[in-house]
Design a protein around this ligand. Structure first.
Ligand code: PHE
Length: 504
């Protein structure tokens, strides 16, 4: 289609150097071509300077259907007057309606009264003028406008045009078109420039003479099908940045399988604790047991569970090696925190204060619903230093949450086997406009820290939260399955905006 139109334009211009299309709109109609297609071809020919073009803005009035009727049969007021004159003594409303029709009657009657061509006499309308005494101005104006191709200039005043517009007899049409003449590189036939260099051109030598399209450096390039960060990774990157700014060092959490010893026992979680039940924990079948644990430390942990120490009376049960050696998918990243603290206590040169964090995956054998899966990610932080207090924990937590835009916090006493005191963290979410549980925290118990060999006045404050929760809030994701797992829509990952937390 576009080639046919292009050819028609070039042929039209071939008659001589000053050949011209005065107005593409008129020309398209005369040649039975679609004006949009003509404009498209003109623009395309312009690029290669086959034509020059000047944009035209034309506005004109068109007559409505009713106005066409007026031009052919006279205005409504004229038709009403004619009916009244014909009747002699005037007409009642129903009779007039029957004669001229309902619409003509309504409009014509009003205009007759306004023009003082007719008046009411009882229930009748009677003529005040003969047909010879009046002129049908409405009809004459419309006819003149039509004859002038909709251009009212020199025919009627602006006021009169406005009147016709008000009566919905005419409406303004605006049109963009082009005046077209030959361009600098005009030729009656367009030679399409090649976009690509082909093997055939090279073989035949045609490349030497083939005109090529110039490079268009302004065009939008093809989408690069690279990798995209998943929303969880975007939030993780942001959290990691914040924690690093706060002086925290990342813990190596790159293993999912842990022993019960590190996941539970080292944290002073009794071996009979219900969380260790297979209902809550995924135990590993192969290899079912870990190879080794630091033996001397193991003995101190066992002792603490069985008999206590550091002012504690312990749990007073038989600590089982077999239970401690069971492999599992870690249920929390605190399993890594305890290994880091053990290392910290036993490093060459002894304990030095430290701040650690981690963001990684944990597994729980939970009932799945809209907000719970059996694997998720934990953000965990800890500070180990001399004589820390609960105030330090609250302060650290406040600083962290402030950096992700949450300033209003509440702390609720809670229980963890490995912390005392323990606090659940509630935050007033400015986006959700409600208080929600956003984390768990506490000070690690002496029963956990003493067997590691940490100096007695060293306290460890720690907190943890899920990565999914803030991510779902940030990206307005209602169902966790839309965030994580095999039902995630890849397109959503591609289009998810980068994550930025505003410090409140
Ligand atoms: N491990 C806890 C959990 O799984 C979080 C936590 C970490 C609590 C550190 C207190 C201290 O929820």
């Amino acid at each position: 289609m576009s080639e046919v139109v292009e050819k028609a334009i070039l042929t039209h211009l071939s008659s001589g150097a000053d050949a011209k299309i005065d107005d593409t709109f008129v020309w398209a109609a005369a040649n039975k071509l679609d004006h949009n297609a003509v404009v498209g071809s003109v623009k395309s020919l312009l690029v290669d300077a086959y034509v020059s073009a000047e944009e035209l803005f034309t506005s004109f009035y068109t007559l409505s259907k009713e106005a066409q009727d007026v031009v052919e049969n006279g205005s409504q007021e004229m038709r009403v007057l004619a009916a009244l004159v014909e009747s002699g003594e005037g007409l009642s409303m129903p009779d007039l309606q029957a004669k001229v029709g309902k619409n003509v009657c309504k409009i014509g009657m009003g205009n007759c009264m306004k023009n003082k061509w007719a008046k009411k006499d009882g229930d009748k309308l009677v003529a005040l003028k003969t047909l010879e005494e009046v002129a049908d101005e409405t009809k004459d104006k419309l006819k003149a406008l039509q004859d002038a191709d909709g251009n009212p200039e020199g025919i009627m005043s602006d006021k009169e045009v406005t009147m016709l517009k008000k009566r919905k007899l005419v409406s303004l049409v605006k049109r963009n078109s082009f005046a077209v003449t030959r361009g600098e590189h005009y030729a009656p036939n367009r030679v399409k420039k090649a976009a690509d260099l082909t093997k055939e051109m090279l073989d035949s030598g045609a490349w030497k003479t083939t005109p090529f399209k110039p490079y268009n450096f302004l065009t939008v390039g093809e989408k690069v099908g690279g990798g995209y960060l998943h929303p969880l990774l975007k939030v993780r990157a942001e959290f990691r940045k914040i924690l690093m700014q706060m002086g925290f060092q990342e813990m190596p959490t790159n293993k999912w399988v842990e022993s019960s010893f590190w996941n539970f026992d080292s944290l002073f979680q009794p071996q009979s604790h219900p969380a260790r039940d297979a209902h809550d924990t995924f135990f590993i079948k192969e290899p079912a047991a870990t190879v080794s644990v630091p033996e001397d430390y193991y003995e101190r942990v066992k002792e603490m569970h069985e008999k206590g120490g550091s002012g504690s009376i312990g749990y007073r049960y038989d600590f089982k090696r077999e239970e401690a050696f069971k492999n599992l998918l870690r249920t929390h990243t605190t399993a890594v925190s305890s290994q880091m603290l053990y290392k910290l206590a036993n490093q060459p040169g002894g304990f030095k204060p430290a701040r650690y964090f981690s963001i990684d995956r944990v597994f729980r054998n939970e009932t799945m619903d809209a907000t719970h899966l059996c694997e998720f990610h934990q953000v965990e932080g800890l500070v180990a230093d001399y004589n820390l207090s609960l105030g330090d924990l609250i302060g650290t937590i406040e600083t962290f949450f402030k950096k992700i835009g949450i300033t209003q916090l509440r702390f609720k006493p809670a229980f963890n086997p490995y912390t005392e005191p323990s606090m659940e963290i509630f935050g007033y979410h400015p986006d959700l406009k409600k208080w929600t549980e956003i984390g768990n925290s506490g000070m690690f118990r002496p029963e956990m820290l003493a067997p590691m060999g940490l100096p007695e006045n060293v306290r460890v404050i720690a907190w943890g939260l899920s990565l999914e929760r803030p991510t779902m809030i940030k990206y307005r994701i209602k169902n966790i399955r839309d965030l994580f797992g095999h039902k995630v829509e890849m397109a959503r990952t591609r289009t998810a905006p980068i994550c930025r937390f505003e410090e409140a």
